[in-house]
Design a protein around this ligand. Sequence first.
Ligand code: HEC
Ligand code: HEC
Length: 284
Amino acid sequence: MRKTKTVTGLMTLALMAGGAALAEPVEDTLNVNGEIEMTTWTEASAAVDGALSEVISGWHFRGEETRAMQQDDFDNPGMIFVESAMEAWETAEGSEGKSCASCHEGSDSMAGVRAVYPKWNEAAGEVRTLEMQINDCRENRMGAEPWKYTGGDMVNMTALIASVSRGLPINVAIDGPAQSTWEQGKELYYTRTGQLELSCANCHEDNYGNMIRADHLSQGHINGFPVYRLKNTKLNAVHARFKGCVRDTRAETYAPGSPEFVALELYVASRGNGLSVEGPSVRN
Ligand code: HEC
Ligand code: HEC
């Protein structure tokens, strides 16, 4: 019984993909502002466990114009949101009358941070995403209201924090105290969900390079997040993308910020270890 269903899911995927020919990821070089050299295509790290030999940024799967928008900050619509986060960075809020700058000085003090999140927090005894850490500072250090997990203020701030790490290799730790969370994320990645009975891996591991409807399937990395999408003309958070992808399998989805999505984020991030931080990137 289970087997029949599985076959149905894969057949559906084949139909959605329309049997179209493989469209190879484009060979190209990303060098933002002629200054920040990006590693967008590299050998897979041990975290991928042999499932892919090379890891390729989603940037290579986009069209020429979309790729070009990410080559220069003046053409990257995501950078406008980075600018508004720079203002938020300096704005005092909450009962303590403090801004991010009161404790962290310039936003460039965050260089390197994006590359290692999600990360184990010893004091809290949990794996934290960047969003969780930001809200922890807001609530417990500023006495301010937490931001909505995938809301505008939060996604803008994560774009600012990502932007100062651009070019650095993603390097999330998957061993030690983070290991059990990572394993939970891996299990979610390979679990088939929804009426279509598709796992993340069915699309992003088994079928990357194929066309699905009008879209060129990538390996589904998150090194480019938050992502400015031409489709909805705003920055999109990692968990919002996960939600969309799970919905596409016609399954009930987890909530942004849920332990399941935190675990999945750690796992997906680790698959991209070695790729450069690109956020905010541009995709369609
Ligand atoms: C009152 C001081 C204070 C304020 C204000 C504050 N933070 Fe923090 N922040 C800290 C401390 C202390 C840590 C390290 C805490 C820890 O590791 O648990 C930290 C850690 C962080 C980290 C993780 C850095 C790393 O290397 O892992 C991020 C990201 C961060 N803060 C962002 C922000 C942002 C964004 C704001 C403003 C919305 C902010 N913080 C406001 C004190 C502050
Ligand atoms: C039915 C196929 C399908 C499934 C199943 C699927 N996705 Fe996707 N996903 C897509 C398509 C299509 C896109 C847009 C094109 C692209 O970047 O691959 C996408 C994009 C993404 C992106 C954005 C990549 C970038 O560079 O901007 C991420 C991250 C992602 N998916 C993660 C996941 C995760 C995690 C799962 C499992 C929970 C999943 N996807 C399941 C089809 C799928």
